[in-house]
Each structure stands twice: as structure tokens, then as C-alpha cells.
Write a protein of this length. Sequence first.
Lengths: 115, 861
Amino acid sequence: MPARDAYKNRIELLQGTLDMLILQTLQWGPQHGHGIGQAIRAKSAELLQIETGSLYPALHRLEGKGWISAAWKTSEKNQKAKYYRLTPAGKRQLTQEQSRWRLMVRAIARVMKPV
Amino acid sequence: MTFFRRQRTDADLEAEIQAHLAIAIEERVERGESRAEASANARREFGNVALVQEVTRSMWGWSRLERIVDGARHAVRYNLATFRREPVSCVVMVLTLALILGGNITMFSSTNAAILRNRPGARHTERLVDFVHAVPDRMSEAGEFSQRAYLDYRERLTTLAGLAAYSTFDRTTLRTSDGAVDAARTASVSGNYFAVLEVTPAAGRFFTLDDDRKTAEPTAVIAYRIWQERFAGAPSAIGSSIMVNGRPFTVIGVAPKDFLGTSVWRDDIWIPLARDEKAEVYRVAASDWLGLVGRLKPGVSVETAQASVDVVTQNLERGSEPTGNVRILNRWYQGTEESTIAGLTALSVVGLLMACVNVASIGLSRALTRSREIVVRLALGAPRRAIVGQLLAETLVFFLPAVPIGAVLATWFVTENPYIDLDLRPDWRVLVFTLAVVFVAAIVAGLTPALQAISTKLTGGLNESSSGSGRKRQRLHHALIPVQVAASVALLAVGGLYYRTLHHLASNQGFDATGLHAAMLDFGISGLKSEEGRLLTRQLVPLMNALPDVESASLALGIPGTGTLYRRTGLWKPGQALVAGKPAMYAPLNIVAPGFLETMGIEVVRGRDFSDADREGTRQVALVSQGLARQLGFADTAVGRTIYSCAEAKCAAEIVGVVADSAALVRTEPVFYRPLEQQYSSDVYLVFRSTNPGAVISSTRQALKLLNPNVPILETLSVADGVRDAVFYQYIGFWSMAPLGLVTLVMAALGIYGVASYAVSSRMGEIGIRTALGARPGRVIGGLISHPLLMAAIGLAAGCACGLLFARSIPAEPGFYGVSYFDPATYACASLVVLAIVFLAGFVPARRAVASDPMLVLRHE
């Protein structure tokens, strides 16, 4: 059982982190799924590659929670795509996530710092 | 409402993904990739579209109902896709399921009609008992008693609340006031018959003891079917007049719909025993002709009643006592019928087992091919419950078309089956049974593989193609193969034994059935006196022989091999005390006209055939078959000896010839022949050999019209068909075992093919390396198929053992004739056939692997 719980935690951690990354990306303006994936990739210097199998479920989950909303729009290159944007609730969630993230980074850094 | 919203959302997701791909492709094209390249790369980068859709959809948070509908939609979509990909195997699978289901429903219907639905129409059947007594020289028991014995039992048995007697006519005609004449089955019954059985009339009333008197007005009860067909169910049927065998009866009542009588056959009309003209004849001869059914008094056990029956039996008047121990049974079917029904039931159970094994194997092989997909979905976080549900739903979708087809097949089997005259109409038991079978089979077929699939280790499953670690999950599938091989060997072997039996009977029947036909005449029902009947037979045979289409024609009481030769006679040897009921032996009796043996093609071995000179008033003569001569101890000296066919001096006859043995009912039996001129019979078969039977029958009809317009041809039959009917049990045994065996063999072969293909594909790399390093193809193939062959060998051994056990459990009568149940040649043949198919099924994929280019394979890896 412990092994299984550990496995579960890992998944949850990843999911939560992905949600935060998406919200963070959307704070610069509405973006479609492919654009979000590319943006995270570019910002992380190609270190983070978001699988579509994780990205789309996350987008739809966030939409279900009411943190982002979606609408079909035409891009500057005249391509139709579904654009996601932060809702006010999403903005509040993002600030919470940001402070929680800072807290966690500091905590982990302390643990990992060589004495 | 929700459904439409979902439709839109599905389409929306699809559009979203397409838009994603379009944008990704555009970006790649801008970066300088060709459009084709960009498209392929974008798609690869995106991954499995369907999987992404499914995982995304699972985030929508639907209601339970929506999830079920969605699951069903997916199951249907998946099955349609499977069907498009491999239509032949899908159709085969559905048809196999349908066939097995149909067979099961049919067999259960028979069991249901014969055993479970005990005496439909009667009440408190648990207190009804049938009387049977042992017959010397035969393995079976007989259910017929003399009238004297019946009356004694009825008066003296205090443990019974009532005892009824019945007798079924061989064939009768029914004429209603509208003039229509039809064949109908009539039973003569004692006045208390319906009261003892506690049957409630559908209309009118039933017999009382007063109706069962010679002085009473002739009355009749008709079956519900007759009431509907001939009287359109009108109440005016009660009190109307009908003619049974040309004699008038007044209809007093209608039996309820489900009441079919007390014999194996379905009765159409019941008349009082006192109105049965056989009664007088049989009373004088003290013959056994009445079936007895009694009702125990409340609180009396069968054992107690049996004790009182034993006491009464010992004190029966001499001459009227039964030939052997009397037993009472609280069961409808006894003796032959019972063992047949038991055989059918066993068959039904075997069929059901086979069905479950096959269905589970189908499900397993399907799950096996999809194990990777299942593992991927599990890895992506799809809930296990959802996957199990989906696999179950997919299996059910396969069952859905099989159920109606199976039901149609079963209905067809039941209605088109001319052999079993049981009431096979499905009732609630059949319905429940069918649903249970489908449910169990679907659960086994769907759940077993589903549970196996979700219990796998994720990483192992994902890596299996390179590591070959999926073998463990095949364990159940592997275990099924020996079972299937065993079942097919057993079924084919038993089918083979039936085939050998049929072949033996066909080649040893002692006469040639080709082109032989018969027409049934009954002078008695037309009211002819014996002199008139005799005259008619004398005129008819020469007329028939003069017809251009007729090769040869004659008359006989019964025709060998068709079950019409059922009358038996006791035989007394000279020097033996002539005591009634104590003959030296019993033998089937045939009463024939001169030329009968020639028409049938039965050889006269010694002495002579009957001639026109053997008439009434001349010396009484008889013929015996070789077997009978042997049994009587006459061996080669039978001709010229005297024999008695009853315990009186007037029944003495001189044996003038010995003829070859012929099949009486099914197998060769000793037969005693008497000339028709010296022992008159009012019912005879006109038998003739012709290539144009239709023309002969119509000419005969015209001739009869001139000779005596009151004598109709009651029935015509092809002797070859009659012979086939007589071997019905063996015939049905062969035709149920052999196809079932073949279906199982196909399943086993598919299973082995699947296992071998799997083994080959998972070891493609290894095979490639070995072949590239110069391993001989024979060795590689040997290594690949040694495992399937080992499984098959285990199955073969087990199958032969099961076949032996199964064959031994089949009752001797009607079982295998002319071949032993452990006949080694039959088992060897069945094993060889199975082994050959199994070898082929394993060899084909192995051969393909060895033949493939090793470099190509390795590069693919």
C-alpha cells in the first residue's frame, strides 16, 4: 500500500503543478492549447514538454472548476482555434498558487541546502 | 437534453484537436518542413488522438447515466470497427455463439418438457405413480398390463386413491360433421382417468364411470388443439357428433390446453375403454395392453405403496400376471425414454460447458490482443472500473445478435423436429434458462479477460513486446487449450462411435431399403370382416405386381428396420409343457404374404418361402430367422420341426424355411414369420419396390377404389426414411456430437494459432537473430510450436479418457451397435484428426516467422 500511495502523490503533484503552469501562462493573455504547450516549453528552455494527453485533460478540468473560460476565435494567421483565458476566479487561484509555490521552493531549498 | 449537449461537446473537442494539429502543422511548414513531413511529425508529437479525447472527456464530470450511455456508445463503435477489420471471424464468432445457444435452448426444452414439466395439465403430480414391469430377455421394462390385472390392482390396492388405465391406438381417423377426415391419435381410457389425474376440463365435462360401460352412449373428450382447429373453439362443439375410425361419438368435453395425455405421444381424442374394440380381443387373450397410472392417498409414500403392490401382484390370477417384477415410479418417463432424456440432458450439459469454454476463450484472445491498449489507458489514469465495464459491454454487444439467432435456431429445431412428439413450447423455465446461460457466458467471456487485463503490472505490459514478459497473463488462455482439445477429441470420438453404429446398422440390416416404400392399410377401421379383408389382400397383391412401375410388391404386418415390427409373440417348443405365460422365448412376430421376403431382399437360407398353397385349412406353417433357429436350439435342423405360438395345440405350426436375420427395430433380431392367409391381421403394410412411388400409390388408390371404396391408404412411408427414423437416437447422437466436436476443434485451433502467433511475435527479434546466425528453420519451428503441441498432447490424453467415460455412460439401448465404446480405431482416428489440425494451427505462424527476413525484423525492433 505505501508504494501505491507514493505513486498517487507523484501524480497529484504533477497535476497540480501543470495547472499552475497553465494559469501562469494565461496571465499574459488568451491562448489556445497548442500555444500554451509551446509557451511552457519555450519558457522552460525546452526542459518541460507537456504531453497533449495531460494538457487537454488539465485545460478541461480547469474550465470545469471555472478558473479559465474558452471561446472559439480566429488567430492573426487566420486559423480558427479555441482560446482559453483566465477568469477572475482563475486570477485569484493563480495568486494563491504562486505564494504556495514560493513557500514550497523555499522549504525544499532549506532541506536540500548543504549544512 | 444532456445527450445533445454531449454531442456538441464531443464535436467541440474533436474540432479543438484538429485546430491544434492544423496550427502545429503550419508552424512546422513555416520552419521549412514539407507539408507531408510536417503533418506526420505533428501527428506523432500529438500522440493518440482517441486516447487524448477519452482522457479529456473523463474530466467533464458526467452523471452515472451519461457515463453508461457513453460506454455503450464506445462498445458499439469499437465492435463496429472490429467487425470492419475482420468481418469473417466476427460472423463466425456470432454464429458459433448462436449455434451453441440454440442447441442449449433446444436441449433444455426437451429436458424441460420430458422431466421438469411432469404431466402438464394434471394436479398434485408428486402423488401420481406409473406401473411398469420387467420383461424377460429384454433390458427394458414394459408399461402394459392385462385388463384382469388392472381390475385386481384397482380393487385391492388400498394405498391408492385411484388407479386409471389407458391405451393408445396405433392410428385412427377423425371425421367431423363438416366431412373433413384427418389422422388423429386416440387413447381409450378408464372412466376415472381424468379424475385420477385431476385434470380440469377447458369446456364441458370429463368421463365418469358410467360413460365407461358398454350400454352407455358413446362419448369422447377432445384435445384443446382439435377443439381449436376443427371447431374454432366454439362452445357448440360440446354435444356435437364426431366419427372416430368410422364410429360415432358425442363430444362431452375438451381437455385443457397443456394436457397431452399420459403416453409419450400427444393424444388428440380420448374415448372410454369400453368403446375400444381391442378390449374384447385382448381380454380373451389375456394380453398386456393397458398403461396404468395411480394416485397415492395423501400421506402414503411410494415405498409403502410399492409394498402393497408387491402383495397384490403375488396374488394375481394366473395368466393375468405380468411377466416380471412390478415397480411403481413417480416419474413420467421410464425405460428407454428415460435413458434417452438422460442422454439429452447430459448432452445439454456438455454443450453448455463447451459453450462457456469457447466463449471465455474468445474473450481471452480478444483481451490478449488489446492488452497493450488497456495497459496504456491504465497508465494514463483511466479508472479500472471503467475498463472492466467497457470490456463487459463489448462482450455483451457480441452476444446481442447471437441471442435472437440462437432463439430462431432453437424454435426451428423444436418445430421442425419430426422425432420428438413432446410439448416443446418454451415456457418460463426455458426463458430463465436462456437468460442465465447468456448471462453466465457473457460474464465468463467478458469478466475473466477483463480482470486479467487490469491486474497486470503497468510497466511489464508496456515493455512486453520487447521483453516477452506477457506470458504470465496467457496462463488462463493456455489452460483452456488442453480443455478444448480434450473436449473436441471426446466429442469427435463419441460422434465417431455413433457413425460406426449407423454404418454397422446400415450394412447389417439384412435387407435392401433402396426404393422400398410402404402404404398402410387398416381393414378394421373400415369395418371389413376378416373374409372381406382376406379377399382384398388376395386381389391386391397380383394387381400391384402387374403395375409397370412396380418391381415387386407384397403385404406384411410390419416392415423390418422401421419400428413397425413391434408385435411380439411367445414361442413354445414341442415337448415343453404348454403353460400360458411360460414360453421358451419371445420373438418379434411378422405376418407376411408370399413374395414378401423377395420384395424385401431377405434371403431364404434353407427350406422355402410361404406359397399360395399355404392357406386356411391347410397345414399351419411358419418361417424362422437364422438367429431364432439358433436361439431355439434347432441350429441346422429347424426345417420340418413344429413350434407353438400360443399355449394351445391349435397354435402348432411346421417350420418350412429358415431365412436370413434382419433388423427388427434397429438391430438384427430373431423374427418369427407366419403367413397372412393362416393368421389374419386387419392392419397391414403394402410394401413395394419402385423408382416411382408416387405413381404406384395413386394407381393403388384407384385400384382400391374399385375393389373396396371404404378402404383408404392411411399413410405412406419410404422404408429408407423409416429406417433413418428408427436409428434416430444414433442419428441425433452423431449429428450433435460431430458438429459440436468440430466447432470445439476450430476453437482450439484458433486458440493455438493465437498462442503461437503471440509467442512468435513476441520473440521475433530472437528468431531473427537465430536465423541470421544460421539456425536451421526446423529447429526454430520446433522450439516455437513444442509448447502448443505439448498442450495439445495433454488435451488428447484427457480427451480420450473423457470420451471413454462419456461413451460408457451412454445406455446400451439405444446406444452403440456393432462397435464397442472403447473401439481403439475410432479414438485413434479422432485423435489423428485433432492432432493434424492442432499441428497446422501451430505450424503456420511459426513457419511465417522463420520465413521472414531477419534483417527486416531486427530493424523493426
